[in-house]
Ligand binder design. Structure first.
Ligand code: ATP
Ligand code: MG
Length: 475
């Protein structure tokens, strides 16, 4: 029998399945009372060689709400360090891998579920995702993608008609099931579990799998394990820099939320920072501020260091230690480059570049002007005439008094920005203007913005503000 649903006709690969039963448990999906498609990510369909107009809402619902499928569902086994303590009682407790598909970029993608029902790893929890949690994850991944952060994306969000009880939301609260697309759902914690079980054989098999599928250019290197760790360190350092520049605080950087491909995922209690403040904390349960905005690079490094124990079952400790030494320089290099791009520049003299980033961060910290607005205003008001005169730079910005109040800092920053512009040709000035616009969206996904679209959903089932916000952050 042929099925006309394009999602059921994709060419599913069996990379994870072929790893064998030591890494997952086959599970079934919950049956939901209702299936209301609240979000479909048409931007992702071309990557799957699908044409949006040929994919109906019903196709999404059949595959990702009613869970018609052609491959078994695999709940992955993993452990992890959570707030510094090792937790062996983890694993996919409300999700599974629905399938794996190769995108037309040649890379392998997972369809991972969230909120699809209980598994052997749910323990006492319900295996569900709140609708608000789903809405927040959709918004975060789209906004981060737009800001150039390497992130998972959401393919669909379906409201399921169930009621849930949660401590962090007014309850009963509505439920949803989400499909996430990312390169891999293999986490640092997937390796940590194998160390806990003392299974070097399984760790080696998993590492070979990771390199084969996600680091294929290293496959034939004699030192492939050392190169893999070096590249992972680099990817994670870059990711940390991408978060910092985006003004994003992930909130729960446990090792079970760190992907082996160095992608950002799992958007729970995250927040974008209102103002530049290293101590800003996103999760209400993060009492010590361990996963604060400013700690993120340090925590990423710590997580990479913890990963050395399981990897040491397969490769030399010396190679691991050497690999991690590069974290700091990679991070600094990437942060510097991305901050300069956010300020409009790609090629400044090193002295000007370093000084500009330093002064910008200091200015944002000392004045506490809104982080995202500062850059959006820069994009909005930019004028080539700023090259001639420093005191007109941002003179019409909405928070200019707040900047002027710190006269010395402010004037010094204006001069520094002017100096950077002086290093640009006329043509480059045009590029600065368009770069500023491209890197700094008008709308930032601050908490009040999210709440402002959630409120109509929760009070009146009114979804238009959510779609309008999505359109703003996706364009
Ligand atoms: N409602 C729930 N029911 C069952 N298990 C849950 C639930 N919420 C969280 N868990 C489990 O608790 C652990 C930590 O959860 P965490 O919030 O980091 O991940 P998650 O949001 O469920 O999923 P992911 O990391 O894939 O985005 C995981 O093992 C997760 O499966
Ligand atoms: Mg998680």
């Amino acid at each position: 029998m042929t099925n006309s649903n394009p999602f059921l006709n994709l060419n599913y690969e069996t990379a994870l399945e072929n790893l064998g039963h030591d890494y997952y448990d086959p599970v079934t999906a919950a049956e939901f009372p209702r299936h209301l498609l609240r979000f479909r990510n048409d931007q992702l369909l071309p990557l799957l060689n699908l044409t949006p107009s040929e994919v109906t809402d019903e196709h999404f619902i059949e595959a990702f709400g009613k869970f018609q499928a052609i491959r078994p569902f695999l709940a992955l086994r993993y452990h992890g360090y959570q707030f510094g303590s090792y937790n062996p009682y983890l694993g996919d407790g409300r999700g599974f891998i629905y399938g794996q598909v190769r995108g037309n970029d040649g890379r392998l993608y997972d369809f991972g579920t969230k909120g699809s029902g209980q598994t052997p790893y749910s323990r006492t929890a319900d295996g569900r995702l709140t609708l608000k949690g789903g809405v927040r994850e959709v918004l975060a991944s789209e906004a981060l993608h737009q800001l150039g952060v390497r992130t998972s994306r959401c393919l669909s969000l379906i409201e399921t008609g169930e009621s849930l009880w949660r401590e962090d939301e007014p309850s009963p609260t509505r439920a949803s099931v989400l499909i996430r697309m990312s390169h891999s759902h293999i986490r640092f914690g997937t390796f940590e579990r194998l160390n806990y079980l003392q299974r070097p054989d399984l760790a080696k098999k998993l590492l070979d799998h990771v390199i084969y599928y996600y680091y294929p250019h290293l496959e034939n290197e004699t030192e492939k394990y050392a190169y893999f760790y070096q590249e992972l360190v680099q990817r994670v350092a870059e990711l940390a820099a991408q978060w910092m520049v985006a003004g994003f605080c992930h909130g729960v950087l446990n090792t079970d939320n760190m992907s082996i491909t160095g992608e950002s995922f799992d958007y729970g209690p995250y927040a974008f920072i209102p103002t530049y403040s290293p101590r800003f904390t996103a999760a209400y349960f993060d009492y010590s501020g361990l996963y604060s905005y400013g700690n993120q690079p340090r925590i990423c490094r710590w997580n990479l260091e913890k990963l050395q124990a399981p990897l040491a079952m397969v490769m030399s400790v010396k190679d691991l230690e050497k690999g991690l030494e590069k974290f700091e320089p990679h991070y600094q290099q990437q942060y510097q480059q991305l901050m300069l791009e956010k300020l409009g520049f790609v090629s400044l003299s090193p002295e000007t570049g370093t000084q500009l980033v330093e002064e910008t961060v200091n200015l944002l910290y000392e004045t506490q002007v809104p982080y995202h607005r500062f850059f959006a205003e820069l994009a909005n008001w930019f004028s080539p005439s700023w090259q001639q005169k420093s005191n007109i730079i941002l003179e019409n910005a909405e928070f200019v008094e707040q900047l002027q109040a710190r006269e010395t800092l402010w004037e010094s920053w204006q001069q520094c920005y002017q100096q950077a512009l002086k290093e640009c040709s006329e043509q480059e000035l045009e590029a600065v203007a368009s770069r500023l616009k491209a890197k700094n969206p008008k709308t930032a996904l601050l908490r009040p913005v999210i709440e402002s679209v959630w409120e109509p959903i929760s009070l009146e089932n009114e979804w238009d503000p959510f779609y309008a916000l999505l359109e703003e952050i996706q364009s």
